[in-house]
Design a protein around this ligand. Sequence first.
Ligand code: F6R
Length: 365
Amino acid sequence: EKDGYEHFMLKEIHEQPKAIRDTLAARLKEGVVDLSREISLTPEELKRFDKVHIVACGTAYHAGLIGKSVIESLVRIPVEVDIASEYRYRNPILTPSTLVIVISQSGETADTLAALREAKQAGARVLGITNVVGSSVAREADEVLMTWAGPEIAVASTKAYTSQLIAIYLLGLYLARVLGTQPEEQLLEVTEALPRLSEQVKSILEDHGSIRKFAEKIAQHENLFFIGRGLDYPVVLEGSLKLKEISYIHSEAYAAGELKHGTLALIEEGIPVIALATQQAVHDKMVSNIIEVKARGAHVLGLGLEGRTDLDRSVDEHITIPETLSLLTPVLSVIPLQLLAYYTSTARGINVDKPRNLAKSVTVE
Ligand code: F6R
């Protein structure tokens, strides 16, 4: 059942090109995203929403952070993102013109479900993004957008996460088209780049020798840092969570500009820093942050875009992802981080698919 892979996690990492394709299929045709068969809200109803809340836990929450940027940039509606266990107890401001998006692979996470119920109770419309047909989220949400990643067995979520991102891009593009919030050409640019992601993920998976080597190095460490700016920031949060949960190595993910506000004090000789630099708009700022940690002795793995040669001069080790729009890089940049977590875990002899203390689906508070 592992199809020759040593672990479910590795199998599921390699299933991502297909999960992306399947999640896009039937929703994207000839450069147009159409969700009208799945989402029953009419254009008039969609126009009435004046804000969006995204609520989820763990990895799904990290997908939600990317969802905020995607929806805000494409749809120009304010989006708040909350951890479900916080949201349900913070008395959020919910009205009938709030669209609440809950994201849950299993569709059974207790806090996420409680948030869904609370939002419905308050009269908000709830859209669920889930991977399990017939799950509680699928049954109870007003609207459902399925991810088609197939069953995810490994505790550490991989293909469900990239599929959640695809669902979010589809939703953002659909809302933007229906509400007319972006020029057609701009939507077309994103819509045309989306289906290429599947092949691009495949190419990253085919060539990951340097990630494996770096994983063997960090397996000796007890502390490390991830840094990024813009959309790279939620991706490093996800990379750090993945590494913690299956390698038991402590790591922290920082918005790189925050380093000087305290954390830089922890950077000392030899500490590994994984730096993402895929966002064009903040590229030079990110390079300055890398130089800052290098000056304190950090050993830096830089992850940038193919064809940007200036990064390799400032880092100790350099890996690249294929070029795509800045908005879409999270689907690609998370792949090396998943592999890094996986190979670090195996280098440490940990039970990758079933890390200690964790359950696949958190159905109790
Ligand atoms: C981490 C991981 C968890 C889940 C979280 C939410 O790899 O898998 O953080 O993302 O427990 O689970 P779902 O998406 O099922 O609600």
